[in-house]
Design a protein around this ligand. Structure first.
Ligand code: C2E
Ligand code: MG
Ligand code: MG
Length: 750
């Protein structure tokens, strides 16, 4: 019972009094107790708790005769949380219930709510789930549920919820004992062979009383939840108990649980060690992965390095012999392939090694490699075989093309190389083998190129030699020509001759065409012989610039002498047309000679315009923008396409001399010329006929309506001094001196 003198303790006891004042104060006290039971329950109060004294681990009598167990410690905590003293009485279960009912106790602990008890008691919230089992003699089998208990005497603890449950299950032969240990004692004596008991005390007592071998749990009878009970209607105590219990923290409960229900084996240390080990293992794993990754990268790099070393020359980074042979053999496998192999050996390189030492010589080799690399087309290979041997491949067997490349390679080596501030001059011997013809495999082609190279060395070095002698002869002519052109330019062996162009209506000379001549050892060489060679060897730009400059200067002189409207036609080659410096070269030639652009006419052969690139169109437009006229030379020998006549800024068409060959006898020739003239006029172009050799041809052209004509009928190409008289206007007294072929008639634009 809660301490006397405290209003809420008395509220149930005093409820029956008639005194209204007392009633009022009681009501107020009850209200306060219900609303604030903890606050109101002050330090002077005592809560009387009663429980089963043989219910380990919750409550049982220890060896010292004092109650102990989970409940004892729990109520001590409750006491400290609420400040209300607890008086815990551990007695047999029947007595415990009796005490509550009789008012000797306020609370009974560890009690199931059963319908029968609910009639007289109120219960707190549940706090633990307990399973109750039916235990039986080990030799008693076949008891699996409550129905199997019929006919047996079942031992029970007096007042236990089990009693009620068994009755409800139809088991009526029960023998009641004061406590659990008494039941087990009875069972051991053989008084009973079956008993009903909550699992925790059953296990505890069976073990403690050494009976665990003799009895087994037959089945779990039921599970229920422990609560705390108060007398019916004692809501204040109920709330007080619950609130006090709620103040016990989970950690405190855990400690209680560990103390009385046993602790799980403490694996904290192991777990920490395990964690540490796992972390270490993970770290090792990560490190291992990183190591494997870096190893793989290193192996990958090394593999690439090795692959590079097996395929490339480490000094120059050019493909080595192995890769070169691979590529050549691969190329030879393609149908219809034509391939040249050029082996370039530096002459007397040993001397360079001896003089400068290997590091310097290596530097030179690198520079040579760079220069050779610049010569190769994308599909071709530049390789280093080792030492001072390099190889160039070319997908062509055209002797002129191959020789041109060999010559470029030779020149690339021959250009001075600067090393350590000093200029060094090298030379190279080039041997060439061709496929098909000079070998069926890469190895054979290399071997034969080497043989050819040795021959070039025997011939005095700094030379090109083909494996087959006949090709060498062709090549040597070509190479000789290239060298000679260079020398001729330096020595001034080129000259321009001028062929007049006559107006077919008036007969007057309207312009001249500059035609290049090479005075070589006393005889004149035709441009047809050396222009293709100059183009292939990359000499045409220099030569072309010289022609342009010279022709403009000459025209300036004639203009100064009076031929003020004379027009100068200059031939351009296809290569010149593709040269990026052309427009600037034209501009500068005009400027230097102080000529207006429209006195200059540039002739481009029809074949040079086939498949005209966009850049060429741009170049021509830029030239035309200077006022310069553009003539299509040899019209009719190529595609005679109207398309480019319309697309390009052309102003003049020159009918090729071949059209005049049958004229005027052949009527078809006349018709074709007539058609060309008509077409050109329709496009507003001036028509010039070239190769006019006879008067009849000239007459026919006049009839057809052609504008201008040039040819031997009028005059061949002549040196400037010879033609000058025809161009410069004569003084008045000489005016009628001119005779056939009337070249003097139109010598000026006067
Ligand atoms: P082309 O521009 O068609 O020059 C006309 C060629 O016909 C010239 O030959 C000229 O001498 C020749 N000829 C002139 N009248 C007659 C004739 O009545 N009958 C015959 N059968 N031929 C005649 P050439 O001077 O030998 O020039 C040949 C070609 O060389 C030129 O043909 C031109 O394409 C090219 N050429 C000449 N000079 C240069 C130049 O300075 N630069 C460039 N790139 N090419 C040039
Ligand atoms: Mg021409
Ligand atoms: Mg021509």
């Amino acid at each position: 019972m809660l301490t006397r003198g405290h209003s809420w303790v008395n509220c149930s006891r005093d409820q029956g009094r008639g005194d209204s004042v007392t009633k009022l104060s009681t009501f107020a006290a009850c209200l306060l107790a219900l609303c604030l039971p903890l606050a109101a329950a002050a330090a002077t109060r005592t809560l009387r708790v009663v429980g089963d004294n043989n219910y380990p681990p919750y409550l049982f009598i220890g060896p010292d005769g004092k109650p102990q167990g989970y409940a004892v410690d729990e109520w001590k905590l409750w006491e400290s949380k609420t400040g209300i003293k607890v008086e815990l009485t551990a007695t047999n279960w029947a007595d415990a219930q009796q005490r509550l009912r009789s008012g000797q106790a306020d609370v009974i602990d560890m009690i199931f709510r059963t319908p029968e008890r609910a009639a007289t008691l109120d219960f707190t919230r549940p706090f633990a789930t307990v399973t109750t089992g039916i235990y039986a003699d080990r030799n008693l089998t076949g008891i699996a549920d409550a129905s199997g208990l019929r006919g047996f005497v079942v031992g029970v603890q007096r007042g236990d919820a089990c009693v009620e449950r068994l009755h409800r299950a139809g088991v009526s032969s029960l023998r009641e004992y004061i406590g659990y240990s008494a039941i087990i004692d009875a069972a051991r004596r053989g008084d009973i062979r079956i008993f009903c008991m909550d699992r925790s005390p059953a296990e505890y007592y069976l073990y403690r009383l050494h009976a665990q071998e003799d009895f087994v749990k037959a089945f779990d009878f039921y599970s229920d939840r422990f609560r705390r009970g108060v007398r019916k209607g004692d809501a204040a105590t109920l709330a007080l108990v619950d609130q006090g219990m709620a103040r016990i923290t989970p950690q405190e409960r855990e400690r209680l649980h560990d103390k009385w229900m046993g602790q799980g084996v403490d694996l904290t240390g192991y777990a920490q060690r395990f964690k540490a080990a796992a972390s270490a293992l993970a770290l090792v794993g990560v490190l291992l992965l990183a190591w494997v990754y870096s190893l793989r990268r290193a192996v990958g790099k090394r593999t690439r390095d090795l692959r590079f070393l097996t395929q490339y020359d480490p000094l120059t980074s050019l493909p080595n012999r192995h890769l070169l042979l691979d590529r050549i053999n691969h190329a030879l496998g393609q149908p219809g392939i034509a391939l040249s192999v050029l082996l370039i050996d530096l002459d007397n390189f040993k001397r360079i090694n001896d003089r400068f030492g290997h590091p310097v010589a290596d530097e030179l080799l690198k520079q040579v490699a760079d220069r050779l690399r610049a010569l190769a087309d994308p599909g071709d290979t530049v390789a280093r075989l080792g030492g001072d041997d390099f190889v160039l491949t070319l997908r062509s067997v055209d002797v002129v093309q191959v020789t041109a490349l060999a010559e470029l390679a030779r020149q690339a080596v021959a250009r001075g190389l600067v090393i350590g501030g000093e200029e060094v001059f090298l030379s190279a011997s080039v041997g060439v083998s061709l496929y098909p013809g000079d070998g069926e495999t890469g190895v054979a082609l290399l071997k034969n190129a080497d043989t050819a190279m040795s021959r070039a060395k025997q011939n005095g070095r700094n030379a090109i030699s083909f494996y087959r002698a006949s090709q060498s002869a062709q090549a040597s002519h070509f190479v000789t020509m290239g060298t000679a052109i260079r020398h001729a330019l330096q020595r001034g062996e080129f000259e321009l001759h001028y062929q007049p162009q006559h107006c077919l209506r008036s007969g007057r000379i309207m312009g001249v065409e500059a035609l290049l001549r090479w005075r070589r050892g006393g005889e004149l060489v035709s441009p047809c012989e050396f222009i293709p060679c100059a183009e292939e060897l990359g000499l045409i730009e220099a030569l072309g610039e010289w022609v342009l400059g010279t022709a403009c200067q000459q025209l300036a002189l004639w203009r100064a002498a009076g031929a003020s409207t004379l027009r100068m036609a200059v031939n351009l080659s296809a290569r010149q047309l593709a040269s990026p410096g052309l427009v600037a070269a034209v501009q500068s030639a005009l400027a230097r000679a102080q000529l207006p652009g429209d006195l200059l006419e540039l002739e481009i052969t029809e074949s040079a315009l086939v498949g005209t690139e966009a850049e060429v169109v741009t170049t021509l437009e830029a030239i035309r923008a200077l006022g310069v006229h553009i003539a299509i030379d040899d019209f009719g020998t190529g595609y005679s396409s109207l398309a480019y006549l319309r697309r390009l800024p052309v102003t003049v068409v020159k009918i090729d001399k071949s059209f005049l060959e049958g004229a005027p006898e052949d009527p078809a020739a006349a018709e074709v010329i007539g058609a060309i003239v008509a077409m050109a006029h329709a496009l507003n172009l001036t028509v010039v006929a070239e190769g006019v050799e006879t008067e009849r041809q000239a007459a026919l052209l006049g009839e057809i309506g052609c504008d201008l004509a040039q040819g031997w009928f009028y005059a061949p190409a002549m040196p400037p001094a010879q033609i000058a008289d025809a161009l410069i206007p004569s003084p008045p007294e000489n005016k009628n001196a001119a005779a056939r072929p009337r070249p003097h008639d139109g010598a000026t634009g006067t």
